[in-house]
Design a protein around this ligand. Sequence first.
Ligand code: CA
Length: 231
Amino acid sequence: MRILLVEDDRDLQRLLKRALVDAGYVVDTASDGEEGHFLGDTEPYDAVILDLGLPKLDGVTVLERWRKAGKTMPVLILTARDRWSDKVTGFDAGADDYLAKPFYTEELLARLRALLRRAAGIAKSEIEIGPLRIDTRASRVTLNGSPVKLTSLEYRLLAYLAHHQGRVVSRGELVEHLYDQDFDRDSNTIEVFVGRLRKKLDPNLIQTVRGLGYCLANPDAPEEEKDRAKA
Ligand code: CA
């Protein structure tokens, strides 16, 4: 999952970026409203953490412009302003959640997980697909009850597919959501990582849909259910 963090307080930005990376997210950062708006406008993010008090362009304006342009990614607003009227302004501008400073990083991470689940239509923090179980709180994976050791990129790949289970995800989409903007992106590496995941998991869990991409689905589900998911 790729997150955009727009925060002008350098210390807070650094601290949050580290916490997000430790939690397994890919993070791009912006330190003012203009840069943040540009990134959110041009790059595909799974969620955005947006400070309201920003140089150049304030967070509410940034958010309003994204929504006006049809951007639907979940946005969590972060701000020192905790007056109720600011919350109303933020939600009306299109925010999905709100956190007033100071806050605990753990709460931010929990709210972010909830936003990502909601966007994916998943209600629980543990995702189950056939024999596979993904605990998104602890970034842990089990197969038929046994723990599976994954590298951080393998986990990110699996978690992304799991949040879009039953849908065909293209290699290009995976590259955009698994690497940050500075990474030298090569979609051939995705194939290598999918191969490794298949070896560590049930090889039938991740299907290749020729010419289109990959689809994570329960291999034991009835055929018509899988066909429906792919359609
Ligand atoms: Ca600020």
